[in-house]
Design a protein around this ligand. Sequence first.
Ligand code: ZN
Length: 443
Amino acid sequence: MSDRIVLRNGIVATLNDADDVLFGGNVVIEGDRIALVTADPVPADGARVIDATDRIVMPGLVDFHYHTALGKGYSDHLPLWEYLQTCWYPMIRALDPESAYWAALASYSESIKCGVTAVNDMYRQLEALADAAEKIGIRAVLSNDVATDEHNLDTLADNEHAFRTKNGAANGRVKILIGIEWLPLASEELLRDARALADDLGTGIHIHLNESLSEVEISKEMFGRRPTEVAYDCGILGPDCIAAHCVWLSDVEMALMRETHTQISHNPSSNAKLGNGVARLPEMLAAGLNVGLGHDAAECNNSRDMFEVMKFASLMHRAVRVDASLGQAPDIVRMATKNGNKGLGIDAGELSPGKKADVILVDAQSQMFTPLMPGDKGHVFSHLVFAANGSCVETVIIDGQVVYEDREFTTIDEEEVLRNANRAFLEVVERMEVPDLAAVRRS
Ligand SMILES: [Zn+2]
């Protein structure tokens, strides 16, 4: 089969610096890269041609803070601490490689169906996750749930092993970062060791930081200062660090993020569902921070639909600030595409020659995109953020490979994945040791 693909006659939202949207545009992919983006006719020349008429052709979405998930739909009423202790940790402690593999395929398949081409996935059993990513064709940046030993999660040695076995796998689609679960399960020594290991391996760090008010209080109790101050002192922050949530940043913490050029994943629907609050997104953007968007995990969301996350990322801030000028559609789409790719060091996120070919086709022939003013790019972005949901995604190309076409996977048997994910879930539930809620509740 030819490795040249022509996407013909689409509404091409390039997300380039000029913010060009080409109506009746063509995108040529050669191998894993975009070769040409033009409004001029392009001959087929033996290429595979995909008709993009009435389709929005755009960069794939990046889920900037992600956990593969096996279970969802229970513990839906609990605040963060109790949810972690009685649902999340017992479940991920009971994972084995096989259950992680099917959980990852179930998770990645929902993400791809909703237009996601790259995930920043902190979870366990990374070798199995890398195999799942290789199989389905997604771009996966993986990190472990590292905590101090008494918590019975992952160690830095586990994370180093995953790096040495899987970093760069699948034509570079799989990348391994060092993951730190969060400060309440860490020590300053562990944080310093994590930074030293990341530097030694030449990779970055993924950490939950400042997610809830209780985390801030625990940080003050354990370390005598706020979470970002601890992370800063231990060398965790930096342009290669993705800090997830950052809901309760003080002005000082905001300045530390700015000084270190730390990447931030904003996860508004997870923050809302867990009752964690509303991050200071307008201030983060005003400070010039690079902010991407994440769904977090199906256990605490419960959807992996990044279109939904985009809508939350706009509406939450308008509601609490009483300001409809916030979160304008083109800026939100940029956060979900360019910013996430930039934060992960992926050379994608805009449709321009030379960029990695992570491209999605959105079906605009639906109620979601009706009416659509011809030639009006503002209308296109508005519909993407405020009207659409993930079911609008029709075709997904990652690293130049068509992994999902006309709403069918080319790489997996979807029914087999769902059947095995259900089985794996039941097996893990059998093995889970769940503490009594009253015993873990913080007074
Ligand atoms: Zn998370």
